[in-house]
Design a protein around this ligand. Structure first.
Ligand SMILES: [Ca+2]
Ligand SMILES: [Ca+2]
Length: 172
């Protein structure tokens, strides 16, 4: 089942067909919402703010919301900034509109970096299944990806392997 958005504002967002980002106007609106929730007025969202926003705007479970926050807050700083928020919104809008495969291909390196939570330079099955729902990928599909694209058989998807997967994803 594809990722669901429950916020009318997020549902109204559309990604540019070529770049798969939001246009300037939509980005401005998103920034206004970000600022509105930014109660500490420091440009940062902590996990509580992010949780509240995600709970109101998506159908994600608590566990998944926390996982998404951890994925964005890689250095464990305890907060995210607008640019990270923007990326995850674009990703969720893509998934909601079933454009996740195009998004993976268009933003392959960024998706790879997002999934590689421990900066090891490759994606483990645990990392992939932990956040795969953002790309509408279920565990079963992810295990299949590992079977097909983990060419060197080290149970990790490295950048080269990921690129092949991203290119092939669209033709599936
Ligand atoms: Ca990794
Ligand atoms: Ca591999």
């Amino acid at each position: 089942m594809p990722l669901q958005l429950t916020s009318d504002f997020l549902k109204s967002l559309h990604l540019d067909r070529g770049q798969l980002w939001l246009n300037a106007r939509q980005t401005q609106l998103l920034h206004a919402i970000y600022d509105f929730f930014d109660v500490h007025r420091d440009g940062k969202w902590n996990d509580a703010i992010f949780y509240e926003f995600m709970r109101q705007s998506t159908d994600l479970t608590d566990r998944r919301i926390i996982r998404v926050f951890d994925m964005l807050d890689k250095g464990c700083r305890g907060f995210i900034v607008f640019e990270e928020f923007y990326v995850v919104i674009c990703l969720m809008v893509a998934a909601f509109n079933k454009l996740e495969k195009k998004f993976i291909l268009r933003h392959a390196k960024m998706c790879f970096t997002l999934m590689d939570e421990d900066f090891s330079g490759s994606i483990s099955a645990e990392e992939f299944t932990g956040v795969g729902f953002l790309w509408n990928l279920e565990e079963k599909q992810i295990l299949k990806i590992f079977k097909e694209y983990d060419v060197n058989g080290d149970a990790e998807i490295d950048w080269e392997e990921f690129r092949f997967f991203a290119m092939a994803a669209l033709s599936d």
